[in-house]
Write a protein that binds this ligand. Sequence first.
Ligand code: IDP
Ligand code: MG
Length: 140
Amino acid sequence: MSAQRTLSIIKPDATARNVTGSINARFEQAELRIIAQKKIQLTKAQAEKFYEVHSDKAFYDSLCEYMSSAPVVVQVLYGDNAVAKNREIMGATNPANAEIGTIRRDFGQSIEHNAVHGSDCVENAEIEIAFFFSGLELVG
Ligand code: IDP
Ligand code: MG
């Protein structure tokens, strides 16, 4: 196993419900380190750019509206197998289908308001990290 970085976002439904610390405890318990972190509010245009890959989906406009509706915490997680490990801890996209004990099962509200984002592969993780952070902000 090799050490990787992945992009994590704590989404508006979770920041609104004041559970960012509870969610981050899950990452730390799984030996993922938060090596960069900031709280920001995306513009709709920024959300559209970030989720461009989904621009042909019926849920795209609603997703971008939602992601820009309140602050989010964007962060970089680092550790062994971080990309897949984060996806495992997050659980399935739809909280109703997510395994018991996963973040989305425990904190998600709906398939759209599902508490967290996580990169889906190493290549996309690096692209997504660069979307939000400069190299100087990755402090290890
Ligand atoms: P992922 O976040 O598990 O990787 P994606 O398919 O990449 O899931 O979708 C990105 C985000 O779009 C999801 O996390 C969720 O917020 C939203 N989304 C996905 N599918 C639907 C849907 O069918 N209806 C509404 N929102 C959706
Ligand atoms: Mg995805």
